[in-house]
Design a protein around this ligand. Sequence first.
Ligand code: SF4
Length: 255
Amino acid sequence: MALQPAMPRSWRAESKPHKFCPGCGHGLVLKALGEVIDELGIQDRAVFGCDIGCSLLSWDFFNVDTVQTHHGRTTPVIVGLKRANPNLIGIAYMGDGGGYAIGSQHLVNSAFRNEKITVILVNNTQYGMTGGQMAPTTLPGQQTETTPYGRDPEKTGYPTQGPEMVAAIAPEGAYVARGTVANYRQLKGFIKKALENQMAGRGFSFVEVLSTCPTNWRTNAKETWRMVEEEMTKYFKVGELRVPGTPREGGKDNG
Ligand code: SF4
């Protein structure tokens, strides 16, 4: 009899093919999240919110309560659910376009208010679902559908440094980290700490994940991993930026 691979309990029991392209990083991020939900035993308390863009393809992955929201609005929807029922564990899942462009005001103000939710944001340096246009995270010089000669920071600014921004404004109870799909164990640890921070009622938790989009990058397997391991990490430093108990740098803490 063929052995079935171990599935996180929080995943849906029906075996359905996922909808991501081969080599997409979303699957790794979601696997880490599912394993952490199981390990923390929060399947019955978790509410998973997903945005528009490729992140929405996760809407039927988990056997947890799920809500799919308008573009950029996942964070305030999860904030509302959490405020209505503080016992819930609210998880907002989105891409860099939803989190740093159209939804940036929600990210910033939720962090300022120290909302006790967890935001997981997947950074693959462009808009994936719509065909690879420039996003807030597109690297200087990177070619996309809308920057065919490479992103020029003189015209379009420099990439958004999301975790650095959130770490600079969130009160003392916040947890902020940047992981990468190229280091699964570390990434899973960051997601676990973020959810534990919420469970402890300390404050806002935010994990950005450096991820892959070979379809729009037009890269083979080797070039895909070189992009995420070398090019992206030159600009986006991986690691923890804030752990609970450390005040904001250079300012009075309002937590
Ligand atoms: S377009 Fe990119 S981000 Fe979207 S599913 Fe395909 S590889 Fe993943």
